[in-house]
Write a protein that binds this ligand. Sequence first.
Ligand SMILES: [Zn+2]
Length: 267
Amino acid sequence: MASFNDEQLRRYSRHIILPEVGGEGQEKLLSSKILVVGMGGLGSPAGLYLAAAGVGTLGLVDFDEVELSNLQRQIIHTTQDLGKQKVQSAKEALRAINPDITLNEYNEKLTSKNIMEIISDYDLILDGSDNFPTRFVLNDACVLAEKTNVYGAVFRFEGQMTVFAPHKKGPCLRCFIPELPPPGSVPRCQEAGILGVLPGVIGSLQATEAIKIILGIGKPLIGRFVVFDALEMEWSEFKLAKNPKCQACGEDAKLFDLGDYQDLCAL
Ligand SMILES: [Zn+2]
């Protein structure tokens, strides 16, 4: 049995009792490092559950401050946190849930200049960002660094989720969206609207996949794209094939230039 102290044994007892997790699995979680990109609608539930689960190191990335319009869905922040940096507010919430873990803050925007260094410290990346430039730069960096990227997106009443892992023979984001959509082609988040509970569903699923992948149990969502329609309460699943000509992860892929993308807001 792993060397847990009494508090850890009680805190994680419902994991440890699961044959698929056990003491060994809980130790894996405690020694794992996950980077959560975006402390918004998706990062809120994902961060809360990963912290509660005892993921030993969580990196928190966001460069925004908490605004009143965030609180309809970004449940890691409270009314008292208005005006705080999101990474600070999130850190306080996660620390309150689990003092047993290490929390690293990155109060900065991910760019080609900083991303390789930031992701290098982590075993797995959870993409809870809200814009395409960040998603693309994150995708390309994860392909280069061979990091699994648990992707989630929400839009009005629809959620999407998949796992990108080209180093495990899966596709990447550019396999099906080769280029960054041009500015204006996707509605800005504040124009589109979002059902507040929806990122709670998708962010929780992202945390589920992240934990499964760290533990090496079950069937990961690699090469499968899940779409959730909240209005109809329907789930659809599509196969997502690796594109052999993909510029980021294909056979004759060049190292994709992680140029800085023009800033635009998307999902
Ligand atoms: Zn690809």
